[in-house]
Design a binder for this molecule. Structure first.
Ligand SMILES: Cc1cc2nc3c(=O)[nH]c(=O)nc-3n(C[C@H](O)[C@H](O)[C@H](O)COP(=O)(O)OP(=O)(O)OC[C@H]3O[C@@H](n4cnc5c(N)ncnc54)[C@H](O)[C@@H]3O)c2cc1C
Length: 448
C-alpha cells in the first residue's frame, strides 16, 4: 500500500539495501544513492579474466542466527541456494597436518554443543571439566555488572578456560566472528552473540555460501528493485543539509539537491563524519574517535590442478587453521581462499612481512598442513587487503556506537557500526537497515 512518503537512503552496501527493501515493503518511495559504480559496499564479487573465475572481495560466512539477513535474502529471492547443516560442524588442522573435528549433535543446542566438546579430540579430561564453568554464562544477563568494562580475554580467564580450550576453540571462534583477538572484544558483545546463537535449534549453524556474494545479495536486489526502488549510482553525497533540527535535503558532489520526507545514512562511520557539517556533528553526535578499523587479508590461490572433490572432505570446504598465520581456509572447486583476520592485531611481526613474503608463508603452510597439496603448482594468486573491513568491537567503541534514531527528527542511521549490540557483520548491517525502516514506519503512523 502506497503511503506517498519519500525516503532517501545514502549508501548501497547491505545496510542501505536492507533499509530500501524493508521500506519498499511499507509502501514508501525509496531513492538509494550510491557513490561508486557498484552496489554491495564491503560485500562484492568480481570476475577474474585470467582464470575465468568469480571471486568475492573476501569469503563471507553467515550463521543460523542471522535472522534478519535470512529474511532479507528471502524477500529478494524466493529460492535462495543456501545449504547448511543445522548443527555446528567445524574442521581444524594444526601445523603438523593433524585434523580435529567439532560436531555438535542434537536438537537442543546446549546438549548438542556439550556432546561436541565431549568428543572433541584435542581436549583433555581437565579441559572438559573447565568447560563446566560456562554454565555461569547461561545465568548471566548482558546488562550484568560483572561484564561492564571487561573484555573477552578477561572473561575467558574468569571462566578458567585452559590454554587448550583457547587454542583449539575460543581463538579460532573469536577470529571468525569478531575479526580480532579476544582482548579487543567487549564481553557484552560476545555474550550478545552467544545468546543469539543458542536461541533455537539451527542458530549455531555456519552458513558458507557456495555462490559468489553478488548472486546472493546484489543480483537479487537489482531485480527486486525494478519498478520499486530508484537506484542512483555514482551519486556521491557531499552534505546532508540540516536546519532547525531536521534534514532539508541532500547535496551531491555535482551540486544536485535531492529531497525527501525521511533520510537514512547507511555509510560507514569514516564517511559519516564527512557528510555532516562539523557543528552538526558536535551538536548531535559524539566524535566517533573510538571506532577503529580492522583489516582482513584474503589470498586466493589457484593451483594448476585442485585434487578432485577436495572441498567435500570438510563442511563447505572450510578449515580452521591452528598455530599458523592463516586463520581460516576455504577449499573451493577450483581454488583455495585463505583468510587472515585483522593481521595487524593478530599476527606477531606482521608489519615487517611483505605481501610477497606473506603469500610465500601461506602457501608453505597449506603444503605443510595438507599432504594433498605438497606438490602443488600455483597458477595464479590474488591478494586482497580490505583495510577497513570491520571495526574493533572494543568496550570503548561500544560507548560511541550511535542509535538508529538521531536527535534530528527525520534522519536515521544504519550501518554495521551503529548500536546493534553485535559486531561488524552482514547481520549487523542488515539489522540496522531493518531498524531504520521500522522507526520510519512508526513515525509515519504517529504523524498520520
Ligand atoms: C573481506 C571481508 C570479509 C568479511 N567477512 C564477513 C563474514 O564472514 N561475515 C560477516 O557477517 N561479515 C563479514 N564482513 C563484514 C561485512 O561485509 C560488513 O559488516 C557489511 O558488509 C557492512 O555493510 P554496511 O552497509 O554497513 O557498509 P558498507 O558495505 O561499507 O556500505 C556502505 C556504502 O556506502 C557507500 N558510500 C559511502 N560514502 C558515500 C557517500 N558519501 N555517498 C553515497 N554513498 C556512499 C559506499 O560506497 C558503500 O557502498 C566482512 C567484510 C570484509 C571486507
Amino acid at each position: 500500500m502506497m503511503n506517498n512518503k519519500k525516503v532517501v537512503v545514502i549508501g548501497g552496501g547491505l545496510s542501505g539495501i536492507s533499509s530500501s527493501v524493508f521500506l519498499s515493503g511499507t509502501g514508501c518511495r525509496v531513492t538509494l544513492l550510491e557513490s561508486t559504480g557498484k552496489l554491495g559496499g564491503r560485500t562484492f564479487s568480481f570476475y577474474d579474466e585470467e582464470t575465468g573465475l568469480t571471486f568475492d572481495n573476501g569469503q563471507h560466512i553467515m550463521a543460523g542466527w542471522y535472522r534478519n539477513t535470512l529474511e532479507l535474502i528471502g524477500l529478494m529471492n524466493k529460492e535462495p541456494k543456501l545449504k547448511f547443516n543445522p548443527n555446528l560442524e567445524v574442521y581444524f588442522r594444526d601445523i603438523e597436518g593433524k585434523q580435529f573435528e567439532f560436531h555438535s549433535r542434537g536438537d537442543n543446542p546446549f546438549v548438542a554443543v556439550a556432546k561436541g566438546f565431549i568428543d572433541y579430540e584435542p581436549l583433555t579430561f581437565k579441559d572438559k571439566l573447565h568447560l563446566l564453568a560456562l554454565r555461569e554464562l547461561i545465568e548471566l544477563d548482558v546488562s550484568d555488572r560483572l561484564l561492564k568494562g571487561r573484555n573477552l580475554e578477561w572473561l575467558l580467564g574468569y571462566l578458567k578456560q585452559t590454554e587448550n580450550l583457547k587454542r583449539y576453540f575460543w581463538y579460532p571462534f573469536t577470529y571468525a566472528v569478531f575479526n580480532t583477538s579476544p582482548k579487543y572484544v567487549d564481553a557484552v558483545v560476545f555474550l550478545n552473540v552467544l545468546v543469539k546463537s543458542f536461541e533455537k535449534f539451527g542458530d549455531l549453524s555456519l552458513i558458507v555460501p557456495d555462490e559468489p556474494l553478488g548472486s546472493i545479495f546484489i543480483e537479487p536486489f537489482t531485480k527486486y528493485a525494478e519498478g520499486k526502488i530508484d537506484i542512483r549510482m555514482n551519486a556521491n553525497v557531499k552534505n546532508i543539509s540540516i536546519k532547525d533540527g531536521s534534514v532539508k535535503g541532500i547535496v551531491l558532489e555535482n551540486g544536485e539537491e535531492i529531497t525527501g520526507d525521511y533520510y537514512i545514512s547507511a555509510v560507514p562511520f569514516y564517511n559519516f563524519k564527512n557528510i555532516l557539517d562539523t557543528e552538526i556533528l558536535n551538536k548531535y553526535f559524539n566524535d566517533l574517535s573510538e571506532l577503529v578499523s580492522a583489516s582482513i587479508v584474503s589470498i586466493y590461490i589457484v593451483p594448476v590442478k585442485m585434487p578432485d572433490n577436495f572441498s567435500e572432505k570438510f563442511y563447505h570446504g572450510m578449515v580452521g587453521m591452528l598455530d599458523t598465520k592463516v586463520h581460516w581456509l576455504f577449499f573451493k572447486k577450483d581454488y583455495i581462499c585463505v583468510i587472515i583476520s585483522a593481521p595487524e592485531y593478530t599476527v606477531e611481526g606482521y608489519d615487517s612481512i611483505s605481501k610477497e613474503k606473506l603469500i610465500e608463508i601461506v602457501t608453505e603452510e597449506i603444503r605443510g598442513c595438507f599432504p594433498e597439496f605438497r606438490d602443488m603448482k600455483v597458477k595464479r594468486v590474488k591478494y586482497f587487503k580490505e583495510k577497513r573491513a570491520t571495526f574493533l568491537p572494543t568496550i570503548e567503541s561500544g560507548l560511541q556506537r550511535p542509535e538508529s534514531a538521531t536527535g534530528i527528527k527525520n534522519l536515521f542511521i544504519a550501518g554495521d557500526w551503529t548500536n546493534t549490540g553485535i559486531p561488524a557483520t552482514i547481520e549487523g548491517a542488515v539489522t540496522s537497515g531493518k531498524k531504520c525502516s521500522d522507526l520510519i514506519k512508526e513515525q509515519i503512523e504517529r504523524e498520520r
